[in-house]
Design a protein around this ligand. Structure first.
Ligand SMILES: [Fe+2]
Length: 184
């Protein structure tokens, strides 16, 4: 963790550094997410191609705006945001997206897993900033409102009329893709 020379009023530099470190992880996560979403936009094939292809671009745009707000909050806290691909790959704790060219349903199953991971970590960051910095906390909660709605857009394709998710219980993107395909 880097301790800034200055930070926002009424936080100590150490607290500013702690919040910035939490935000840096979210910056990597959401940079990875918008790149992954574009990868899906380009690689989706088969029936439902155009629906999924076109559903994804507004999500890419929204996530890129979130990334910008996170990076600028890090800078506001007095710390340099790191947005380079090498740093992202070195820091991340998850694997690269598992699918290449694949059907819409397979990608949607895998994206269900992707969103689960991103949202769970974002919610942890909300819990970790609740006392430390209410402004950062509010920023992250705003992101979650959109991320969870996007997750629903994905899941609505995987849901039965009885309300069951075809990917329920899957642990990996490939398993979720297989389960989604099996139910389609
Ligand atoms: Fe495009």
């Amino acid at each position: 963790m880097s301790v800034p020379r200055y930070t926002v009023p009424s936080l100590t530099p150490e607290e500013g550094g702690q919040v910035a470190a939490i935000l840096q992880e979210r910056l990597h996560s959401l940079n990875d997410l918008h790149l992954t979403l574009k990868h899906v936009h380009w690689n989706v094939v088969g029936p439902h191609f155009i629906a999924v292809h076109e559903m994804i671009d507004p999500q890419v745009d929204a996530v890129r705006l979130m990334v910008d707000s996170i990076a600028e909050r890090i800078a506001t806290l007095g710390v340099a945001p790191v947005g380079t691909p090498g740093a992202l790959v070195a820091a991340r704790t998850w694997d690269d997206y598992a699918l290449g060219r694949a059907s819409a349903i397979a990608h949607l199953g895998a994206l269900d897993e992707v969103y689960q991971g991103v949202i769970a970590a974002h919610r942890q960051a909300v819990a970790d900033t609740e006392v430390l910095d209410v402004v950062t906390n509010d920023l992250l909660i705003g992101h979650l409102r959109e991320l969870e709605q996007f997750h629903w857009f994905i899941r609505a394709h995987l849901e039965s009329s009885g309300g069951d998710l075809s990917t329920n219980g899957a642990r990996t993107e490939l398993d979720a893709a297989r389960d989604a395909l099996g139910a389609s």
